[in-house]
Design a protein around this ligand. Structure first.
Ligand code: CO
Length: 159
């Protein structure tokens, strides 16, 4: 009996895949995507203008890659997350404070950040989604001096 059920299930599966419905079925039951990869380069830019995080994610992983060749001393990139209203002040403060890698680790306005990377490097930061609010506007940016105007994006959390 059990064998028969398995055979029938396999047949249904084959039919679904055969008609392309298998793909639709897989997407419908897939877990939320809890990871994003942002690609940056030597032209002071990156390819991800917005990030949407599902509250169903416990953690959300941000991966930043730098496909350029320049050293971080002249073309450094990092990924810094603040509330939207804090971004400008934080971006300005890192310049005047002359900090290592242009980040003040003690700044309470900084929700998360990655280390500064050079061309050819990659870095990752994990966000605790429970600490992010639905409806709050967040901004992420590169805190290397004068990069935040070109390298920024909006992050939001949805149900
Ligand atoms: Co940068």
């Amino acid at each position: 009996m059990r064998l028969k059920v398995n055979r029938i299930m396999n047949l249904i599966k084959k039919l679904l895949i055969g008609t392309g419905l298998g793909v639709v079925y897989s997407i419908a039951i897939a877990a939320p995507n809890c990871e994003v990869t942002i690609e940056s380069n030597d032209q002071v830019s990156w390819d991800t203008p917005t990030i949407t995080i599902s509250k169903a994610c416990k953690n959300f992983t941000v991966i930043l890659t730098h496909t350029g060749q320049l050293n971080k001393d002249i073309m450094g990139h990092n990924w810094v997350l603040t509330k939207q209203q804090d971004m400008e002040a934080v971006a300005k403060s890192v310049v005047t404070e002359k900090l290592t890698d242009f980040i003040n680790k003690e700044d309470p306005r900084i929700i998360a950040y990655t280390p500064m990377i050079s061309g050819g490097e990659k870095t990752t930061v994990e966000l605790d989604v429970s600490k992010l609010e639905i409806g709050q506007k967040y901004t992420y940016f590169c805190s290397y001096p004068e990069h935040s105007d070109l390298m920024n994006g909006l992050l939001e959390v949805v149900d």
